[in-house]
Design a protein around this ligand. Structure first.
Ligand code: PMP
Length: 419
C-alpha cells in the first residue's frame, strides 16, 4: 500500500476498524468506492454507540433521573464537539436528520420569517444536488421568488467567470454546494463570499465536510448543512450550523414539544437557541454517535485524512485520464476532489457498475446522482451518446491506490469485453 500519509501500521489499524473492507464480494476483496453516497461505519464508533444505547440511554432534557441526565450530557457534549469542529458556538449547532432536512428547514423558515419575498432572487448553481434545488424551485412556485443559476460549462465546471457574471443579480440568498457530488469540484467558497457580500450565504456541505475542515467563521458562511452518514456517523443525523444572529431571527420549520418556552391555548413562545429548532424527540444516539465520530476523525488526524484523500484524488484522476475509452466529467485540476464521474464509451453506466461489482468486487454508483439538471448540461458537452447518467467512483481515507488500480483494471476488462 503506497501512501505518504499512512504508515503500514496506521493502515492496518484503520482496516481493523472497518470489517467490510476485509470481507469478500463475489470471491474477491471488497473495494468500496461508493463513499460519496455513504461511508462505511467504524467498529469503534459503533461500540461506543452500543455502550451508550445499552448503559446510558434515555430521553433527554425533560427528566431529572440519572439516565436522563447522562444521556443529556452525552447529547450536549456531541453538540459541543460539532461546534468545536466547525469553529462555531454550541447554540449555533442544530441537529437535523441530514442535509436534505437542513435545506428544507432553511427555505421554509426564510419564507415564514418574511426573509424571502416575491421580489427576491435565490442563486443556486447548475451542479446542485436535488436536495439543494427541489425545495427552492418548488417553493418559488408558491411564493413567487426567483431562482437563478450560476452556469456550469460543458464539463460541469463552475468557473470564476460564471460566478462573476451573476454578480448583478444581487441575490437575497445564495445556496451552493461546497463540493459537487457529480463533478467532484470543490467550489471557490471564498470568492463566492466576497462576490455576494450582502447575500445570505448557505453552503451544502454534504460532500465537503467529510473531507475538509471547515471553519465557519473564517469562511463567513451564514448557514452550513451536512449529513453524518457521509463521514462514518449513523444515518438520520445531520447538522445545520447558523450564525446566532440569523438563527435568532428566523421562524422554526418544525413545531412541537421541546422547542417551546410557554404555550397557551392561544399562543406559543419559543425556547432559546438551539432548542427552538429541535422539536420532538431527536435522534439522540445518532447525535451522540456523530460526536464519537468527530473524536475518531480527530484522533486519526483530519489534516492527514485531507492529505491522503488529496493524494488519492490526484491518482484517480490521472489514471482515469489515461483511459482513452472513458469520458470524464468535472475539472482537470486540483479542485477536482475525492470522486470521479465518468462513462465508458458505448457501455451503459449500470452495466459498468454491475460488471465492476460482479467481476472485481468494486462498489461504484451509477445513475443521475440526484442531479438531473446537471445531466442535461453534461449531455450537451459530451462527445458520446450520453446516457443521462454516469458511473461515479468515490474514495475516503480508508481507500488506497491499489483500490484505484483494481478499478482501472476492471474498466480495461469492460472495454475488452464489449469489443
Ligand atoms: N447535497 C449533496 C452535495 C449530496 O451529495 C447529498 C447526498 N448525496 C445531499 C445533498 C443529500 O444528503 P442527504 O441524503 O444525506 O440528505
Amino acid at each position: 500500500m503506497h501512501s505518504t500519509v499512512w504508515s503500514y501500521e496506521d493502515f492496518c489499524r484503520i482496516l481493523d476498524d472497518f470489517p467490510s473492507l476485509k470481507r469478500e464480494v463475489n470471491g474477491k476483496r471488497l473495494v468500496y468506492l461508493d463513499n460519496a453516497a455513504s461511508t462505511l461505519k467504524s467498529k469503534s464508533v459503533i461500540e461506543k454507540m452500543t455502550d451508550f444505547y445499552l448503559n446510558h440511554y434515555s430521553n433527554i432534557h425533560r427528566a431529572v433521573h440519572t439516565l436522563a441526565s447522562e444521556a443529556t450530557v452525552a447529547y450536549e457534549e456531541a453538540r459541543e464537539k460539532v461546534a468545536k469542529f466547525l469553529n462555531a458556538r454550541p447554540e449555533e449547532v442544530v441537529f437535523t436528520s441530514g442535509t436534505t432536512m437542513g435545506i428544507n428547514f432553511l427555505v421554509n423558515s426564510f419564507i415564514r420569517s418574511g426573509i424571502l419575498n416575491q421580489e427576491d432572487t435565490v442563486l443556486l448553481s447548475q451542479v446542485e444536488h436535488h436536495a439543494n434545488l427541489v425545495p427552492w424551485v418548488r417553493l418559488s412556485k408558491f411564493h413567487g421568488f426567483r431562482v437563478e443559476y450560476i452556469k456550469a460549462d460543458e464539463k460541469g465546471v463552475i468557473t470564476n467567470e460564471a460566478i462573476l457574471e451573476t454578480k448583478n443579480l444581487n441575490p437575497k440568498v445564495i445556496s451552493i454546494t461546497g463540493q459537487s457530488n457529480v463533478t467532484g469540484q470543490e467550489m471557490p467558497l471564498q470568492l463566492l463570499r466576497e462576490t455576494f457580500k450582502s447575500s445570505i450565504f448557505i453552503v451544502d456541505g454534504a460532500q465537503l465536510v467529510p473531507h475538509k475542515k471547515i471553519d465557519v467563521k473564517k469562511l463567513d458562511v451564514d448557514f452550513l448543512v451536512f449529513s453524518g452518514h457521509k463521514m462514518l456517523a449513523p444515518t438520520g443525523i445531520g447538522v445545520l450550523y447558523g450564525k446566532k444572529e440569523l438563527l435568532e431571527k428566523i421562524e422554526p420549520f418544525l413545531y412541537g414539544g421541546e422547542m417551546i418556552d410557554k404555550v397557551t391555548f392561544e399562543d406559543v413562545s419559543f425556547n432559546v437557541l438551539p432548542y427552538k429548532f429541535e422539536a420532538g424527540t431527536q435522534h439522540i444516539a445518532g447525535a451522540v454517535g456523530l460526536g464519537y465520530t468527530i473524536d475518531y476523525l480527530e484522533k486519526i488526524g483530519f489534516e492527514k485524512i485531507e492529505k491522503h484523500i488529496e493524494e488519492l484524488s490526484g491518482y484517480l484522476l490521472e489514471k482515469m485520464a489515461n483511459l482513452d475509452f472513458v469520458e470524464i466529467y468535472g475539472p482537470f485540476d486540483s479542485s477536482h476532489k475525492s470522486l470521479v464521474s465518468f462513462n465508458v464509451k458505448g457501455v451503459h453506466p449500470h452495466d459498468v457498475s454491475h460488471i465492476l461489482d460482479e467481476n472485481f468486487a468494486v462498489a461504484t454508483r451509477s445513475g443521475h446522482h440526484c442531479a438531473q439538471p446537471l445531466m442535461s448540461v453534461l449531455a450537451r458537452g459530451s462527445k458520446i451518446d450520453f446516457p443521462n447518467s454516469t458511473v461515479r467512483a468515490s474514495v475516503y481515507f480508508y481507500n488506497t491506490k491499489e483500490d484505484i488500480d483494481i478499478l482501472i483494471e476492471g474498466l480495461k476488462y469492460i472495454k475488452r469485453w464489449f469489443e
